[in-house]
Design a protein around this ligand. Structure first.
Ligand SMILES: Nc1nc2c(ncn2[C@@H]2O[C@H](COP(=O)(O)OP(=O)(O)O)[C@@H](O)[C@H]2O)c(=O)[nH]1
Ligand SMILES: [Mg+2]
Ligand SMILES: [Zn+2]
Length: 306
């Protein structure tokens, strides 16, 4: 029988058959041994072949994946963690305040999506919040920056309903991986999209304006208008060592289109003469913040590969 993995929480796995029946699932021991490079060998979105044994789905085979999102497991530097599999697109929720989302985090996620061939979009949430003037202009500036480099950008409020219709049409018919720091409003957005669900949401910690980790599992839900959304815990960071320093600029769309104009075809865009990327940064055609993320990610990749 074939089934889809619809929930993972540490070792706990749930699958759903094509008829819609949901079962707790276990992995046969051999997967654990074979896939020791991964924190867990299976992830939400996986298609699996199962055998039912007293109400438990025994997973016998993981079917080939169309794609996946993988990051370095922050607690085990030599292991990878599969975030989700077989997805069409990803939506990253971002807040400028409450909580503060670092740009390195946003760009790190976008690079991950580019590297694994997943279409990415950004949702700037809590549009109803009255921000300090500096934060308000920051929010607008960032929305423009990412729209300019062709990422779909939404302004969303789960309180007022702003942007919800636009997000719905973006989600319709697709399987979307939803992520963002703890407290940005992922569960609130899903509740707005699927009112019957009633996921737990949590106020921010007052002093720090950071989220609490309410969601400790990854779970897939059906959307009423068709399509599926994957709720995930507030992953702290998206680091990867799955590609070479040389590849990195290919995952920045505004750099990618300029690479053929660099004088050297192995240009790392650091201080090489005739570098089209550095020239574009100088002319403010590439955002300084994006270039800084590039440099910091490049440094990490270089130190991983020596
Ligand atoms: N002002 C405002 N607060 C929101 C909005 N969406 C969610 N919140 C609040 O932000 C906090 C965290 O929301 P939650 O959905 O639990 O975030 P998650 O950790 O990303 O799942 C809760 O106190 C929500 O009520 C919004 O659109 N506007
Ligand atoms: Mg949540
Ligand atoms: Zn260059």
């Amino acid at each position: 029988m074939q089934a889809t993995v619809v929930r993972t929480a540490g070792e706990y796995v749930q699958v759903r058959t094509s008829e819609g029946a949901v079962f707790p699932a276990t992995l046969r021991g051999k997967f654990r041994l074979e896939e020791h490079n991964f924190t867990t060998p299976i992830a939400v979105g996986d298609e699996v072949r199962i055998r039912l044994e007293e109400g438990i789905a025994v997973i016998e085979e993981i079917l080939p994946r169309r794609n996946w999102l993988v990051r370095t497991d922050p607690s085990h530097p030599y292991r990878s963690q599969i975030l989700a599999c077989n997805i069409d697109q990803a939506l990253l929720l971002v807040t400028v305040e409450a909580p503060f989302t670092p740009l390195r985090y946003v760009d790190g996620f976008l690079v991950l999506c580019e590297a694994y061939g997943v279409k990415a979009a950004l949702g700037f949430t809590k549009a109803d919040l009255k921000l300090r003037p500096r934060s308000q202009s920051k929010r607008e500036e960032l929305m423009r920056l990412y729209a300019d480099i062709r990422y779909p950008v939404f302004s969303i409020s789960t309180y007022t309903g702003e942007g919800i219709e636009a997000v719905k049409s973006f989600l319709q018919g697709a399987r979307t991986f939803l992520t963002g720091l703890s407290g940005v409003g992922k569960s609130s957005l899903i509740n707005r999209l699927i009112p019957s669900l009633n996921l737990a949401t949590q106020p921010l910690v007052r002093q720090t304006q950071r989220g609490r980790h309410t969601t400790t599992y990854t779970a897939l839900y059906d959307l009423p208008e068709g399509g599926e959304i994957i709720d995930s815990p507030g992953f702290g960071e998206f680091r990867t060592r799955d590609f070479a320093p040389q590849e990195l600029s290919h995952y920045f769309p505004e750099m990618r289109i300029r690479l053929s104009a660099c004088r050297f075809n192995n240009c790392l865009h650091l201080d090489e003469p005739g570098c089209a990327v550095i020239e574009a940064v100088r002319r403010k055609e590439i955002a300084t913040s994006r270039y800084h993320t590039y440099l910091s990610m490049l440094n990490e990749l270089k130190s991983e590969t020596v």
